[in-house]
Design a protein around this ligand. Structure first.
Ligand SMILES: Nc1nc2[nH]cnc2c(=O)[nH]1
Length: 158
């Protein structure tokens, strides 16, 4: 960890404070860094935009992808003021950054009522055992589109 890493993390933490003070949403901030420069910033905007996916990391990832005109962030590093929740973790894996630095951890978040344990638990369950009912429907029709994708010659894979 370098002084530069600390600088970027401090910016993510400052964004968490800025968003919180602006009543944008929860106290979370994130930045995306490429070639030692911040290319995108975000803070949580869930409650101010009625967007449950507007976590700091997702906001920053969307902005970074738009800027790079790419759906991946392979040469980037993400600094987030808190350990990513399961949704953000998924988004991070899909964008494939080089590395992630986080400030607070999931236990710190749980202590201020941002407890993601119920989601981790749900992921571990068989689909039939989950608290929200998941029912499979029209698999045959859905598979036809999958088969068409499989056969498609000009697809862009990721
Ligand atoms: N890391 C992180 N955890 C959260 N939990 C609820 N919102 C957020 C967020 O924006 N970032």
């Amino acid at each position: 960890m370098t002084e530069r890493d600390e600088f970027f993390m401090k910016r993510a933490i400052a964004l968490a404070e800025e968003g919180m003070n602006a009543n944008a949403g929860g106290p979370f901030g994130a930045v995306v860094v490429k070639d030692d420069e911040i290319i995108a910033e975000g803070y949580n905007r869930v409650t101010s935009t009625n967007d449950p996916t507007a976590h700091a990391e997702v906001v920053a990832i969307r902005e970074a992808c738009k800027k790079l005109n790419n759906f991946e962030l392979t040469d980037c590093t993400i600094y987030t003021s808190c350990e990513p929740c399961p949704m953000c973790l998924g988004a991070i894996y899909w964008t494939r950054p080089k590395m992630v630095y986080f400030g607070c951890n999931r236990e710190d978040a749980a202590a201020i009522q941002f407890d993601d344990q119920f989601i981790y638990d749900e992921i571990d369950k068989d689909i039939d055992g989950r608290q929200i009912k998941f029912v499979q429907l029209a698999r045959k029709d859905a598979l036809e589109v999958f088969n068409a994708w499989d056969a498609k010659q000009d697809k862009k894979e990721y």
